[in-house]
Design a protein around this ligand. Structure first.
Ligand SMILES: [Zn+2]
Ligand SMILES: [Zn+2]
Length: 122
């Protein structure tokens, strides 16, 4: 299990399914460290809408089958002070996200540390 960073608790990334046998805390440390770098860069709180999803929950919320959320390397985030487009621009300055996935949606941004570049709009 990943350890907390200065501004993020591993529990914020746990699966929301609520099932007894879910490995709720399967978030990758690299994701948390990259998000901490983003947090340091913007200097204002980031809210985690969705982090790790077990396969059951991923299916329930309509995630793609091999979702990076299921691998614990993705988070959907938003920030009260910045628009998703602005937040995504800052994410480009964090190496693990620059060389990872950044998806811009209407009210949130998906970031992941997949190790190769992917960009899209939701
Ligand atoms: Zn679950
Ligand atoms: Zn996502």
């Amino acid at each position: 299990m990943a350890h907390d960073t200065r501004n993020f608790k591993a529990a914020e990334f746990s699966c929301r399914c609520g099932r007894f046998d879910c490995p709720h805390h399967a978030v990758d440390q690299r994701l948390m460290d990259a998000l901490q770098q983003l947090r340091d860069l913007i200097g204002v709180p980031i809210h985690v809408n969705s982090g790790y999803r077990c396969p059951f929950w991923n299916k329930r919320v309509g995630g793609v089958r091999n979702s990076t959320h299921v691998r614990g390397i993705a988070a959907d985030i938003r920030c009260g002070e910045l628009t998703p487009a602005e937040l995504a621009r800052f994410a480009e300055e964090v190496p693990a996200f620059a060389n990872g996935g950044i998806g811009v949606y209407k009210s949130w941004v998906h970031v992941d540390v997949r190790g190769k570049r992917a960009r899209w709009r939701g």
